[in-house]
Design a protein around this ligand. Structure first.
Ligand code: ATP
Ligand code: MG
Length: 406
């Protein structure tokens, strides 16, 4: 099979492949971008594989950066873009079911394609547009089937992460798993325990965010891979309920975790330890910890000003969107408008400051300042109090009398 026309992203990389060929080496477009082009999906990065060894690649191009010299990857910088050029390689020695500790550079494309995970990821395209298909990846693409290259048991035994990759491709592409590949995942699911959480996390998030997450999550549960993922071993049923939610692909990672945690029914204090186990960033944990209770509340009642103010516009809009998965039409425009109409958006906008309070009340600095500010803030947001110096001062006096018997 030959591509009618090379996509624009491939055309941009053409001079790099041509220079390699002119120097007597082989060079091809490989990996996810080839798969995605054939599926008419947008591509993000163009990967190039070549028979040239890293030192030879570096000799050929004026500007290069070593980005993974041990793995044979050199970044080639052209006037318009940068490309990752990787030497054909085999991965012969696998220890502990993880990534190989050393790779061997080879001159043969076939050897390189053989070590790739799935047939649809083991296609190569030459600069003439010819598709090199040594493992029937094209017919699997047409049949929308995900099949390991070679013997699936061996391939998952070599690198157990491939099982998670398989599940996320199911979710992203809407493909079905070849029965033998599925059986191999089911048999070897426990090998996932050997894989670092960081690597599993990357695939898991893609699994959650795929447009066929229903099938992806179901297979994740059926293959029992979930048992070997952080904090999920007791949650098979909840994961299936998550899979049953109807709605489009989840747009952001933060929304994906929020929906997951909500479906798992974790208590607020369990969110942080759960996400820490998954090695999520503190920023992400913070946002999800705010969004989960907000979503729970939103499912029982409409937004109120105080909730909106505390959450902030972006997180509130993001929570509102999630209502789509519970059969409600999100009204994000309404949330934006409501937020815009809040009397204040932060403490700085309050017409009375901490310093004004200190001047008014002859008290030493202390927690009372914050208590007054907090009470004023809430009353203003709930529109019980006007945001003017005069009414805030009156409120402060009354508050101090009641709370501090001033
Ligand atoms: P994405 O579109 O998400 O980037 P991808 O298929 O390009 O998907 P990458 O992680 O970018 O995934 O890997 C590029 C290519 O390298 C894959 O298409 C596959 O051929 C090969 N590959 C990646 N990870 C593995 C692995 N663990 N085992 C075997 N081959 C792999
Ligand atoms: Mg890729």
């Amino acid at each position: 099979m030959k591509l009618d026309a090379l996509p624009i992203e491939f055309q941009g990389a053409m001079p790099v492949l041509r220079d390699l060929q002119v120097a007597g080496y082989e060079a091809y477009y490989v990996g996810g971008s080839v798969r995605d082009i054939l599926l008419n999906k947008p591509i993000h990065d163009v990967d190039i594989a070549t028979s040239a060894f890293p030192a030879e690649i570096k000799q050929l191009f004026r500007r290069t950066i070593d980005i993974g010299i041990d793995h044979g990857t050199v970044m080639v910088i052209t006037d318009d873009a940068t490309y990752e050029v990787t030497t054909f390689r085999t991965e012969s020695t696998y220890q502990d079911y993880r990534r190989p500790d050393h790779v061997e550079f080879v001159r043969s494309l076939k050897e390189d394609l053989k070590r790739r995970d799935f047939t649809i990821n083991a296609l190569a395209v030459g600069i003439d547009g010819e598709v090199i298909d040594l493992f029937d990846g094209l017919s699997d693409l047409r049949a929308m089937k995900l099949r390991a290259v070679g013997n699936p048991y061996e391939r998952f035994h070599e690198d157990a992460l491939r099982m998670m990759r398989g599940l996320r491709f199911i979710s992203q592409l809407g493909f079905t798993l070849d029965p033998e590949t599925f059986e191999a995942i089911r048999e070897y699911h426990s090998l996932l325990a050997k894989i670092s959480v960081e690597r599993i996390n990357v695939e898991f998030v893609k699994l959650l965010m795929g447009s066929s997450r229903q099938a992806g999550i179901k297979t994740f549960v059926e293959s029992e891979c979930y048992i070997y993922c952080p904090g999920l071993s007791e949650h098979g049923e909840a994961l299936l309920r998550f899979a049953d939610l109807i709605g489009p692909a989840i747009p952001t990672e933060c929304q994906a975790w929020t929906l997951l945690v909500s479906m798992l029914g974790l208590e607020p204090e369990q969110i942080r330890p759960f996400m820490k186990e998954w090695k999520c960033s503190n920023q992400l944990i913070k946002e999800v910890s705010q969004m989960v209770p907000a979503l729970a509340l939103r499912r029982t009642q409409d937004w109120d000003n105080w909730q909106l103010y505390q959450l902030g516009r972006e997180l509130a809009v993001s929570v509102e969107y999630l209502m789509i998965y519970f059969g409600e039409k999100p009204n994000q425009a309404k949330i934006r408008l409501m937020y815009q109409n809040l009397p204040i958006h932060n403490l700085q906008e309050l017409a009375l400051k901490g310093n004004d309070l200190i001047q008014q009340f002859d008290y030493p600095k202390g927690p009372w300042i914050n208590a007054v500010l907090r009470a004023m803030e809430k009353a203003v947001i709930e529109k019980e109090l006007a945001n003017t110096q005069e009414s805030l001062l009156a409120f402060a006096h009354k508050f101090m009398e009641e709370e501090y018997h001033d």
